[in-house]
Design a protein around this ligand. Structure first.
Ligand SMILES: [Ca+2]
Length: 127
Protein backbone atom coordinates (compact mmCIF):
# COMPACT_ATOMS: atom_id res chain seq x y z
CA UNK A 1 0.00 0.00 0.00
CA UNK A 2 2.71 2.48 0.99
CA UNK A 3 4.72 1.49 -2.06
CA UNK A 4 1.75 2.20 -4.34
CA UNK A 5 1.23 5.65 -2.81
CA UNK A 6 4.91 6.50 -3.21
CA UNK A 7 4.75 5.54 -6.89
CA UNK A 8 1.69 7.68 -7.42
CA UNK A 9 3.38 10.66 -5.80
CA UNK A 10 6.46 10.16 -7.95
CA UNK A 11 4.32 9.96 -11.04
CA UNK A 12 2.65 13.21 -10.01
CA UNK A 13 5.93 15.07 -9.66
CA UNK A 14 7.04 13.92 -13.10
CA UNK A 15 3.79 14.72 -14.89
CA UNK A 16 3.15 18.17 -13.41
CA UNK A 17 6.10 20.05 -14.97
CA UNK A 18 5.26 18.67 -18.42
CA UNK A 19 1.67 19.85 -18.14
CA UNK A 20 2.65 23.33 -16.95
CA UNK A 21 5.37 24.04 -19.50
CA UNK A 22 3.79 24.87 -22.87
CA UNK A 23 5.97 25.76 -25.84
CA UNK A 24 6.63 29.51 -25.96
CA UNK A 25 7.33 31.78 -28.93
CA UNK A 26 10.77 32.46 -27.48
CA UNK A 27 11.59 28.76 -27.66
CA UNK A 28 10.34 28.54 -31.21
CA UNK A 29 12.45 31.53 -32.23
CA UNK A 30 15.48 30.00 -30.56
CA UNK A 31 14.99 26.81 -32.56
CA UNK A 32 15.08 28.91 -35.71
CA UNK A 33 18.86 29.43 -35.72
CA UNK A 34 20.12 32.37 -37.84
CA UNK A 35 17.48 31.74 -40.45
CA UNK A 36 14.18 32.87 -41.89
CA UNK A 37 11.58 30.58 -40.34
CA UNK A 38 7.92 30.26 -41.19
CA UNK A 39 5.14 28.33 -39.51
CA UNK A 40 1.80 27.24 -40.91
CA UNK A 41 -0.19 28.36 -37.88
CA UNK A 42 -0.38 31.16 -35.31
CA UNK A 43 2.19 31.60 -32.56
CA UNK A 44 4.99 29.69 -34.28
CA UNK A 45 3.12 26.40 -34.43
CA UNK A 46 2.19 23.80 -37.02
CA UNK A 47 4.46 22.82 -39.90
CA UNK A 48 7.75 24.74 -39.82
CA UNK A 49 10.02 25.71 -42.70
CA UNK A 50 13.58 27.07 -42.26
CA UNK A 51 15.44 29.04 -44.91
CA UNK A 52 19.10 30.03 -44.88
CA UNK A 53 19.78 31.64 -48.31
CA UNK A 54 19.73 35.42 -48.69
CA UNK A 55 17.29 35.06 -51.55
CA UNK A 56 14.62 32.40 -52.05
CA UNK A 57 12.65 32.79 -55.28
CA UNK A 58 10.07 30.21 -54.27
CA UNK A 59 9.48 28.86 -50.79
CA UNK A 60 8.13 25.52 -52.12
CA UNK A 61 6.11 23.67 -49.48
CA UNK A 62 5.71 26.89 -47.47
CA UNK A 63 4.15 28.67 -50.46
CA UNK A 64 1.18 30.77 -49.31
CA UNK A 65 1.04 28.94 -46.00
CA UNK A 66 3.02 31.08 -43.52
CA UNK A 67 0.84 32.41 -40.71
CA UNK A 68 3.69 33.26 -38.32
CA UNK A 69 7.38 33.85 -38.98
CA UNK A 70 10.66 34.84 -37.43
CA UNK A 71 13.45 36.75 -39.18
CA UNK A 72 16.09 35.45 -36.79
CA UNK A 73 18.89 37.34 -38.49
CA UNK A 74 20.54 40.77 -38.19
CA UNK A 75 19.44 41.92 -41.62
CA UNK A 76 16.14 43.17 -43.02
CA UNK A 77 13.98 40.74 -45.00
CA UNK A 78 11.45 41.65 -47.65
CA UNK A 79 8.76 39.06 -48.35
CA UNK A 80 6.72 38.93 -51.57
CA UNK A 81 3.27 37.65 -52.42
CA UNK A 82 4.49 36.01 -55.64
CA UNK A 83 7.46 33.91 -56.71
CA UNK A 84 10.67 35.56 -57.97
CA UNK A 85 10.30 38.61 -55.72
CA UNK A 86 7.14 39.76 -57.49
CA UNK A 87 3.78 41.08 -56.36
CA UNK A 88 3.02 42.79 -53.07
CA UNK A 89 5.93 43.18 -50.65
CA UNK A 90 6.34 43.62 -46.95
CA UNK A 91 9.48 44.42 -44.92
CA UNK A 92 10.45 42.55 -41.78
CA UNK A 93 12.99 44.08 -39.41
CA UNK A 94 16.06 42.22 -38.17
CA UNK A 95 15.33 39.78 -35.33
CA UNK A 96 11.60 40.39 -35.70
CA UNK A 97 9.06 37.69 -35.01
CA UNK A 98 5.43 37.97 -36.12
CA UNK A 99 3.16 35.55 -34.33
CA UNK A 100 0.06 36.41 -36.40
CA UNK A 101 0.45 37.60 -40.00
CA UNK A 102 -3.30 38.28 -40.17
CA UNK A 103 -2.56 41.46 -38.20
CA UNK A 104 -0.15 42.88 -40.80
CA UNK A 105 -1.27 44.86 -43.83
CA UNK A 106 1.20 45.99 -46.50
CA UNK A 107 -0.53 49.26 -47.41
CA UNK A 108 -0.65 51.93 -44.69
CA UNK A 109 -4.22 52.88 -43.99
CA UNK A 110 -5.62 49.64 -45.40
CA UNK A 111 -7.29 47.45 -42.79
CA UNK A 112 -5.34 44.28 -42.12
CA UNK A 113 -8.34 42.10 -42.91
CA UNK A 114 -8.23 43.39 -46.51
CA UNK A 115 -4.52 43.16 -47.31
CA UNK A 116 -3.10 41.01 -44.54
CA UNK A 117 -0.16 38.64 -44.97
CA UNK A 118 -1.66 35.41 -43.77
CA UNK A 119 -0.97 32.57 -46.25
CA UNK A 120 0.50 34.98 -48.83
CA UNK A 121 4.30 34.67 -48.83
CA UNK A 122 5.88 33.03 -51.88
CA UNK A 123 9.43 34.43 -51.96
CA UNK A 124 11.82 36.63 -49.98
CA UNK A 125 15.12 38.48 -50.11
CA UNK A 126 17.43 39.49 -47.25
CA UNK A 127 19.30 42.81 -47.53
CA1 LIG B 1 -1.18 28.99 -42.65
Amino acid sequence: MKKKLAMLLMAGTVAAPLALTPATPANAAFDCGYRMCMWDHLNYSGSKWNFSPDQVNFVNAANERATSLHNNHGRQVQVYSDANLQGRRFGISPWMGINDLRQYADHPGTPAWISNWNDKISSYVRF
